[in-house]
Design a binder for this molecule. Sequence first.
Ligand SMILES: [Fe+2]
Ligand SMILES: [Fe+2]
Length: 276
Amino acid sequence: MASFSIDHHKARTGRVTWDDLDLTAFGTDRLPEGALRCLRSMHDVEHHTICYLREVLVTPAHRDPELTTFLSLWAFEELWHGEALAAVLDAHGEPAGTARVAASRANLGARDHLRPLLIGLAGWAAGDDFVAVHMAWGAVNELATRAGYARLVERAGHPVLTELVSRILRQEGRHAAFYLAQAHRRLEASRRARCLTRAALRHLWQPVGSGVMASAEAAFLVDYLFGGADGRRAADRVDRQLDRLPGLCGLGLLRGAVDARTTARPAVGEASSSRR
Ligand SMILES: [Fe+2]
Ligand SMILES: [Fe+2]
């Protein structure tokens, strides 16, 4: 497992930029409706990062300065991913940014109040081993996000989106590397952490964003990005990366989520043309 230098990461962190890209191109060459629908969900999830951060910081993670350094930079970069996607939605005449985020947070419900409390209690009971759960959870989500973005540009086939997302992907790759390195170190060091993490992922993990969007949107996102043969291959690649973490071999999380939400047929809207 590759090591991760927080100092190197600190030096490279920055907001993703798109000022040099011609987003007006979307006015005449719009993204396909399926890709736009995915972008709306991805916009909401990126903007929700600060709420995930709230849940990590109620655990013993807040005592580790390397973790808190990473998490500060992570929240900043994810915010700008959300802003970049907001710019794309805006170029399509769609509501995005603060107004859309406020509406999405207004629908979070009672679970949103309870989650930090329950996670805080679990973190108190499990101690440092609980941080391993969060790091492995973060690794799954970052890897799945990265694979999802790659699938989105493949399916949309739009040069401006491809360039913008390739910039986002470089940062997502570093996020995944951090979580993988942390998870590997913590899981290797503790049998209890391996048992806890495996059980938590197997019984509680849902595709990233499931708690933020309506279940129909979550199912659409999974089907559009990971349905069909190419999508399933991408999901399997994510699962194989997780297999390399101590104690997590064979979970098949993403492929299981795809199979549960789709049937073995081409992904929704998938055809043989490049613009789908
Ligand atoms: Fe992101
Ligand atoms: Fe990320």
